[in-house]
Design a protein. Structure first.
Length: 394
């Protein structure tokens, strides 16, 4: 219905000419999106040309984006310019939406706006970066510069809650660019042996069914998880993820995570951190795999051999036992919590990388390529849940 409304408006305006791009692309380093400034025209004409560039008139999600756009384009040609953005009520008077169909709650209206009148389209004022809808001609036809936003590798529009049941099912998290990716990741069982439901807005997920029953001395059935970075060539937005990142250039790598751990089933609760010798790979990384076991049920243990037999080591304020094994030719280093936890707050993952480097399991010239968090499930993982997961890599 929204697209039909825009088509109708385009027909009223007339045949659309290609607007001149006067600046761009300019990349916002905080979100990885590209922006263009188009020559003055009506809102509808510029939205049509924005679609031709692979984007829409800009969506603004927070005060930082608002002032970044104003700072980049508001003084083009040393003039104070008014800038069309994507917010409009063309579909229904007084019901303002973004032309990108994103749901952004941020607003920066100037006093007395939006006002009553014809169909209205928002623009950034030329004096204080607040928004207005004033249009002497009515119907968004006054000619102003337009700011186009192109989001690379966006999340497809999806229901608020959905489900994954097939082996390789994945879904992205975020209202625009891929902030995180959720994966069912049944690598040692069949389609339908496990299902999870998730929120595309928050990234929270839970295991709704799980019928796997794997030998405890072998690999798990699945690793349902959420990640940031690249997993076998499936990547989140690299501007947002901070990865790939050379090990010796990492300033911080922190994560918070809450979990629900049922009393039944056999599983662990684990971070899986992948290191590659170069910045990209379409398959398994060739550097090392670092696993951080926050908790686990009885009967299972990490791959390889326990190497801290005398006493555990202290990392990030907790005690950990270290196991070392190999998988497909690379070292697998597992840090196992001595106490077991259900949540972590601002866990310093960089400390684990430092320890692995001191033990010569990884090299400083290698790359951190992804950070994943989930549950390795051997038997009956129903009820496991991941909440409020986030990662910051700088």
């Amino acid at each position: 219905m929204k697209k039909l409304t825009f088509v109708a408006l385009f027909l009223i305006v007339g045949t659309l000419a290609n607007a001149t791009t006067v600046l761009g692309p300019v990349t916002n380093q905080n979100n990885g999106h590209d922006y263009y400034l188009l020559e003055k025209d009506s809102w509808a004409a510029l939205e049509g040309n924005a679609i031709g560039l692979g984007g829409h008139l800009a969506t603004i999600r927070n005060i930082e984006e608002n002032y970044w756009i104003y700072g980049q384009f508001g003084n083009y040609r040393d003039a104070q310019n008014e800038l069309w953005i994507g917010l409009n009520d063309i579909q229904g008077h007084g019901e303002f939406v973004w032309s990108s169909n994103e749901e952004s709650l941020y607003k920066n209206w100037s006093s007395s706006y939006p006002s009553a009148g014809n169909s209205q389209c928002a623009f950034i004022r030329n004096d204080n970066a607040a928004w207005s809808t004033f249009d002497s001609g009515g119907g968004c036809v006054e000619k102003r510069y337009g700011v186009v936003e192109v989001v690379h590798n966006p999340c497809p529009k999806s229901p608020t809650i959905t489900k994954l049941c097939n082996q390789l099912d994945t879904a992205c998290v975020g209202t625009s660019a891929k902030s995180y990716i959720i994966q069912n990741n049944i690598f040692n069982d069949i389609d339908g042996s496990q299902c999870l439901k998730f929120s595309g807005a928050t990234g929270d997920f839970s295991i709704t069914s799980s019928v796997s029953n794997k030998p405890l001395d072998g690999p798990p059935a699945a690793y349902p998880s959420i990640f940031k970075g690249c997993h076998w060539g499936n990547c989140t937005n690299n501007f947002i993820s901070g990865m790939p990142k050379k090990i010796n250039n990492i300033l911080r790598a922190n994560s918070s995570w809450k979990t629900v751990q049922p009393s039944s089933g056999i599983y662990n609760v684990v971070y899986d951190i992948w290191i590659n010798k170069t910045s990209t790979t379409l398959g398994q990384p060739d550097g090392a795999e670092i696993m951080i076991w926050l908790n686990y049920t009885s009967g299972i243990q990490p791959l390889g051999t326990l190497i801290t037999r005398r006493k555990p080591i202290s990392i990030a304020g907790e005690n950990w036992n270290i196991w070392l094994g190999t998988n497909n030719g690379i070292d697998v280093v597992s840090y196992v919590s001595e106490t077991g936890v259900t949540s972590v707050c601002n866990l310093n993952l960089k400390d684990f990388l430092i320890d692995a480097g001191r033990r010569n399991y990884i090299q400083s010239s290698w790359y951190l390529i992804s950070i994943e968090a989930g549950f390795e499930i051997w038997k009956n993982g129903a009820g496991l849940a991941s909440k409020a997961f986030n990662i910051l890599v700088e």
